[in-house]
Design a protein around this ligand. Structure first.
Ligand SMILES: [Zn+2]
Length: 73
């Protein structure tokens, strides 16, 4: 199921990260995915029941550390 958001709503929505960039429907891998992708930072936000979840905590970062990045701790 593709995301069915109005173009108007998409114009209002913006990435919650400091870039505040516009969002595109779908993901780079799957344009029909229930998700929105930031055009600037590339974060992927889930869309739950047609409602975009624009929270950085819920976003999927494009460079999610696949490699074992050691950030201390
Ligand atoms: Zn962004």
């Amino acid at each position: 199921m593709a995301v069915t958001l109005d173009a108007q709503l998409l114009e209002i929505l913006a990435c919650p990260s400091p870039d505040h960039a516009p969002l595109r429907p779908g993901t780079p891998d799957d344009p029909d995915a229930d998700a929105l992708t930031c055009t600037e930072c590339g974060r992927i936000f889930p869309v739950t029941d047609g409602i975009p979840v624009l929270l950085l905590d819920e976003a999927e970062s494009p460079d999610e550390s696949d490699d074992t990045s050691d950030d201390g701790a």
